[in-house]
Write a protein of this length. Sequence first.
Length: 174
Amino acid sequence: MFKDFFGVTGLAFRRGAIGITCAMDFRVIARAFFLPLLLGLSRAEQVKFIDCGSVVGTVKEVNISPCPSQPCQLHKGQSYTVNVTFTSATDSQTSKAVVHGVIAGVPVPFPIPVDDGCKCGIHCPIQKQNTYSYVNQLPVKTEYPSLRLVVEWELGDDSGKDLFCIKFPVQIVS
């Protein structure tokens, strides 16, 4: 598998006066050097967050992809993957996400494509003491202003209590 991917089958050996030389196809060089670079740029970054009131859950980790540095720079017209790993302290048949951008202390609704947590990596019903990985998209509309803000992301259980509530800083850029 690696042999074909890195183009080892495309190597050509030539015997010269000095010894054996190896000529590699450009595709081999591109795969060997540029692919790891691209993978590194698109990897998920664990971000610093503040728990803002996770009543019936405990957040273990928050990752955003792509986010090579913090605060995450969110480019207008792009979408970002948010992954929250949490442990539930309750049983729940459903879960619903609500996201706000907090600008100068004022929460402004930040629409997400899917607000049903059971369709975002969580297999419902949610069970007490189990750990879950919630994954959703954060689309950044082109009409959003360029500014720094705090994203507040809540996932509520079927009684409206927060399985998690997190805040993390971002910067919207062109």
